[in-house]
Design a protein. Structure first.
Length: 287
């Protein structure tokens, strides 16, 4: 009886997934172009509320549905989304930590974006260098490989955040038990991250005047520099969100995350994140 119920629910989830594929085709691939991560949730919720074996069967069924009712680009988006949703669903079922689920989701999202922008583009003869030339005059100090790497990581991060946050909201709404969520004010600033960031910044800006680097080495250094900025902005978001919570600035807190994506304003987040790590501002407030 229990197996029959799980099979029935699996069939319903496959039907929902098929409706998403149909809607995607009828709207000129709007879903996979604007929000491909939507394909994650049917298999994610089903795997989280059933067994791993039943989730795997549903995942394979949805993969065949993508092959039958989707185009070439839909295959990449949907198949990577199915893998992400299946693994994330296992994490919810096994009560993995939220950071573990998010990290796995981030890695899979980065792989998905890489396959789409690099592997799939080469197969169909798309010249990404020509597209990059149109914006190269805005960022002349970054070459194509560095820009592509940063873009893949950044888009993977945004996609992972969307999947992670929406999954938590759905689980709470459906009363699916998940691992406890760590409050923002319980995530301490990292003094080591602040010191290492400051040291790397000095090395990044001073060393080119003393050492002759190869082009590949400079590319790696630029990528690490941008990733370090992302980390500091993350701590900056935590600090500003904590500041708004402590001073009851609830209306302002709604726009805290949005500020990270505004050029110029995101520098404030970066500076506050570095100061929070070095001076341990949030810990001093608690004391």
């Amino acid at each position: 009886m229990k197996t029959t119920k799980q099979l029935t629910r699996g069939a319903m989830v496959c039907a929902i997934y098929g409706a998403l594929l149909l809607l995607n085709q009828q709207t000129a691939l709007t879903i996979e172009t604007a929000a491909s991560w939507v394909f994650v949730f049917p298999i994610l919720i089903y795997t989280a509320t059933s067994t791993i074996q039943m989730g795997a069967i549903a995942c394979v069924a949805m993969a065949f549905m993508s092959f039958l009712f989707g185009g070439f680009t839909t295959w990449v988006y949907s198949w990577t989304s199915l893998v992400t949703g299946f693994v994330y669903g296992i994490g919810i079922q096994k009560k993995w930590k939220n950071m573990t689920n998010f990290s796995i989701c981030l890695i899979l999202s980065i792989i998905s974006n890489y396959l789409t922008l690099v592997v799939w583009a080469k197969i169909f003869g798309m010249d990404l260098n020509a597209d990059f030339e149109s914006i190269h005059h805005l960022i002349p100090f970054i070459n194509f490989k560095v820009f592509l790497s940063i873009y893949v990581v950044f888009m993977g991060l945004l996609q992972a955040l969307c999947i992670h946050m929406v999954s938590i909201l759905i689980c709470i709404r459906l009363k699916i038990e998940i691992a406890p969520i760590t409050p923002l004010n319980h995530i301490p600033p990292s003094f080591k991250a602040g010191i290492l960031s400051l040291a790397y910044w000095l090395f990044f800006f001073i060393s080119p005047y003393m050492i002759q680097y190869s082009e590949r080495a400079m590319d790696i250094m630029q990528i690490l520099f941008v990733l370090d900025c992302f980390l500091l902005m993350y701590y900056g978001v935590l600090y500003i969100a904590d500041f708004c919570a402590r001073h009851s600035l609830f209306k302002l807190s709604r726009f805290v995350v949005m500020g990270v994506f505004i050029p110029g304003i995101n520098l404030i987040y970066l500076i506050m994140g570095e100061l929070d790590c070095l001076l341990q501002l949030r810990r001093k407030r608690e004391q």
